[in-house]
Design a protein around this ligand. Structure first.
Ligand code: G
Ligand code: G
Ligand code: MN
Ligand code: NA
Length: 252
């Protein structure tokens, strides 16, 4: 059986899981939200890496169904906690196809209403590469923001977007790619770029989120440079919903 057809069957039978990585307020240490990360645990005990099967989904026309399943699972699992705590957000990763078609929006709207989650509690993440310079992207982003969703640009600094293009789209948050966080305190090619990436985000007046924080030194640097939020193994790896809800309760 090919990976593509196994994936089709897993999506159809709703056999994909979602894990949630805590997003931390770097000043207070509070958990303010999560990033939803899709997982595929097969019944034979093995698992497939998301970067592999998300690519397969994109190449074989299954990404729409995957995105829908992630949205539905996330709202079912985190909806009750998000209703109790309106300051809690969850970030959903979108593919380029989702962003340019905007097709997920009505589905997301319907599911939100069902679970009584507010638009502002949902962040939509798209990578810089998912933001081709297209009118359709601009339209989807504008429509989503008008509805109250927050838009975050993922893996910031790794794409080829010009600053003027980024500036021309109204966004809410910018997620600084892990490669820049890795370079903090190291002698790497990206080390000298990191403070500029942070300054750029601040000058654009966006919420800054640092990805992949693994050390206390990185945390201190980011906090001192005014980065608002962060995720990484220093705090927690992505975890099942039940564990995430307990994590939030312990970190508020
Ligand atoms: O934990 P990590 O290995 O989860 O994720 C690997 C890659 O897969 C990352 O680039 C991440 O953005 C992407 N990814 C994880 N979950 C989703 C999802 O639900 N949808 C899409 N489109 N990408 C995802
Ligand atoms: O591309 P995106 O940023 O959506 O993907 C997030 C990816 O980063 C996921 O694969 C997630 O598991 C991974 N990740 C999150 N925090 C850390 C970290 O501190 N260290 C490492 N190595 N990976 C991380
Ligand atoms: Mn992401
Ligand atoms: Na990222």
């Amino acid at each position: 059986l090919s990976l593509a057809s196994e994936l089709a069957s897993a999506i159809r039978r709703k056999k994909l899981s979602v894990h949630y990585q805590p997003v931390i307020d770097l000043k207070t240490g509070d958990c303010v939200g999560a990033e939803a990360l899709v997982r595929w645990f097969k019944s034979n005990g093995t698992s497939v890496r998301p970067d592999i099967f998300v690519d397969v989904a994109e190449e074989t026309g299954q990404i729409r169904a995957l995105t829908d399943l992630v949205i539905e699972t996330t709202m079912r699992e985190l909806g009750p906690a998000m209703r109790r705590d309106r300051s809690l957000h969850v970030a959903i990763n979108l593919s380029a196809d989702d962003v340019s078609s905007g097709r997920f929006l009505p589905i997301l709207e319907r599911i939100l209403a069902r679970y009584d989650v507010l638009h502002e509690q949902i962040w939509l993440e798209a990578t810089e590469r998912g933001f081709p310079e297209m009118e359709a992207v601009r339209e989807t982003v504008a429509k989503a923001r008008a509805l109250g969703f927050k838009i975050a640009i993922d893996d910031f600094g790794t794409g080829y977007s010009s600053l003027s293009y980024i500036e021309s789209i109204r966004l809410d948050a910018l997620k600084i790619d892990k490669s820049f966080i890795d370079s903090i305190g190291q002698d790497l090619a990206t080390s000298s770029v990191t403070p500029h990436i942070i300054d750029m985000a601040k000058s654009l007046d966006l919420i800054t989120v640092a990805e992949g924080i693994e050390t206390r030194e990185q945390l201190n640097y980011l906090e001192q440079h005014g980065v608002a939020l962060g995720q990484g193994w220093l705090f927690a790896k992505a975890m099942p919903a039940r564990d995430f809800v307990a994590f939030v309760a312990a970190h508020r």
